[in-house]
Design a protein around this ligand. Sequence first.
Ligand code: IVH
Length: 667
Amino acid sequence: MNHNEALDRITFLRNTLETHNYHYYTLSEPIISDFDFDKLMKELEKLEGEFPEFADPHSPTQRVGNDINQEFYQLEHKYPMLSLGNTYNEGELGDFDARVKKTLDEPFEYVCELKYDGTSINLTYENGRLKHAITRGDGTKGDDVTANVKTIRSIPLTLFGEGFPAFFEIRGEIIMPHSVFKKLNEEKIQHGEQPFANPRNAASGTLKIQNSSLVARRKLDCFLYYIVGEGLPTSSHFQNLEIARKWGFKVPSYLKRCSSIEDVYEFIKYWNVERKNLPFDIDGIVVKVDSLVQQRKLGFTSKTPRWAISYKFQAEQAETRLLSVDFQVGRTGAVTPVANLEPVQLAGTTVKRASLHNADQIVLLDVRLNDMVFVEKAGEIIPQIIGVNIANRNLNSQPLKFIEYCPECNTPLIRTQGEVAFYCPNDNGCPPQITGKIEHFISRAAMNINAGEATAELLYRNRLVNKVSDLYQLTKQQLLSLDRFAEKSAENLIKSIEESKQVPFPRVLFALGIRFVGETVAKKLAAHFKSIDSLIDASTEELIEAEEIGERIAQSIMAYFSDEKNRQILEDLRAAGIQLVVKENAESRISDKLTGLSIIISGNFERYSREEMKHLIELHGGRNISSISPKTDYLLAGDKIGPSKLDKARKLNIPIINENDFIKMIE
Ligand code: IVH
C-alpha cells in the first residue's frame, strides 16, 4: 500500500469507526457486530503503526487512553460556567415563573430537562473537532481533562454533518450509569479498597485520574444540555439541541417543551416517580426559557442565569460530619453502632443519628471520628451511613475501634462464627436486654398488655419486674407506690395483665423473645409441636422437621430451653395460668378418650398417614410427643419402626400398641 492509498484507507476507517461509535454509544443502536468493529479497529491500529506520519489525536484508536501520568493544567473558560438557582417546591418555582413573565411581558416557552447528577464539563470544538474538555473548576477556569474525556465514546471527537459554528462550546454532565457504578464498587470491595459513596463521586473521581487508560476502563457517559457561542443554527435552545444531536452529541430525549408553568409541574411530578427507573441518577429538573433572544433579555445575576432554574428533588442523600458513635444494646443483646451526626436536612427531616449497622460495616467504610460522611435515607426509616468523603479527612484520624465490653453491664462481648453482630451474652442480667425483653413481651403483637416502654423501664427500675413472669405477681398496691400510677391506671394495668392469660400459645411463644423466633416462626412451631412441653422435649433434628425451621433457629431454641433461668420463667408463667398449649377448638374435639395421655408415633401405618395419626390423637384429647421419656404413655408402632425406639420403650416399660389397638382405643 502506498502513501496515498494508506491515507485514504486510514481516513475511511476513522470515519467509519466514529460512525459506529455514535450508533453504539450515543444512539444505543449498533449497526455492526462487536467482532466486525474490532476487526476494523485492528486494521486502523495496524495502518497507524505502519504510517506514523498520519497520527492524529482525534483518531478513534486514541480513545483507549494512555498510561502516561499527566498533571492537569488549568484553562480559562471563554464564557464563565455559571451554576443554577435552586428551588425546592412549586411555590418557589412559581416565583421564578412570575419574574420571567414580568420581565418578558410577551408569550414564551420553557424547556424542561432532567438534572443529571454527575460532574459538569465544558467541551470546546474548533472546525468540527474536539479541542478541549475543561472541568467547571471555579467557574472561570478549570482543569484540562481532554485526554480523559476522549475516552468517553459517546463524545464525538470529530463532528458529523454541517452547520456547526467554526468555534463553539457545548456543556454537559459526565455521569456514571448505575450498572457501571455497581460493578466498579464490587471490584473495589474485592480489592479491599474504599467503595465510592455514589455515582456522582465515582464520575468526578474517575475524571480526575491522571492516567487516561484507567479512565477508559471506567465507562463514563456524557449528556449534553447547553450550547454556547456565536452563530448557533437557530434561536431556540430546544432546536439547537436537536441539531447538536445530529452532529453526534448525546442529547437525551427526555426534554420537553412546555407552554405553561402547570405543564412544568406535570413534568416534575412525572419524573419525581419515574426517576427511580432511570439507569442513572438525576437530582432534579432544569427549567429553561427556550428562546435565546428572550434568554438574552432576561440576562444573568452574578452567579446564575435569570432564564433558567433548577427544581431539586428531596435529597435522599446528604453529607455531614460524624461527631461520635454510641454502641446500643438491643433486646437480643446485639450491639449496634449508632452515629451521632452534625444535624443535616434529608428528605424533609433533620437527621442527627444514623445506623452504622455492625463492626464489619465500620471496617468496610473505614469510617473515623470527625469524617465527613454520606447519609442515605432510601426507603428505610433509619438513615444509614453509606460512605466517607475521604478527600476531607483529617490526616491524624485513627480507625474507629469496635468496643470489646458491653457498655451497659461490662460483660465481654462475643461473636458467633458466621454472624456479623457482636452480642452481650448476659441476657438475663444486662439492663437493656431485660427491659427490651419486657417491652417485647407486653407489646401488642405479643401479650398485648396495656403498657409501653416507659412503664417497662419504671417497673424494672423499681425492682418490681426483673423478668417477664414477674408481671403476673404485680399487685395494685405495688403500682400505687409508684408516682406514675393512680387508682384507675393501676387497676387498668392489672386487668390487662390478667387478660393476657387468654393470649393463645403461638403469641406467647413469640412473646418469650427467643432469638430468631418471630411471629411466623412461632406460629409454625406452635402448629407443629402444639405445646411448650413438646417443644422443650424436641431434639435439634425434631425441630428441623417442622416447617420453615432451619439449623440456626433450632439451635437458638435449644439454647433458650437449656438455660435454667428460662425454664424457671416458663414454670412461673405456667403457674400464673398462661397458655402454653395450643387450645383445640372445643367443636373440633371429638372425645376425651385420650385426655392426659402422651403418645409417641413411629413407623408407617396402613389406614392413616403419620400426620393423620397425630391429628387423631389431638382430636381425642391426647398429646403427640416426639421423643420417648419415662412420662410417655404409649408407643404407637407402625411398620418399619426403628429398633432403637422399640428397645427404649421396652426398657422404660412403655406399652407398645399397633394401629388396630389405637383405633379400638378411640372408637
Ligand atoms: S444548564 C447556565 N442543564 O447542574 C446554565 N445544568 O446547578 C448551565 N446540570 O453546573 C446549566 N443537568 O452541572 C443545565 N440539564 C441540565 C443539567 C445541568 C445537570 C448541572 C450542571 C450545572 C449544575 C447547576
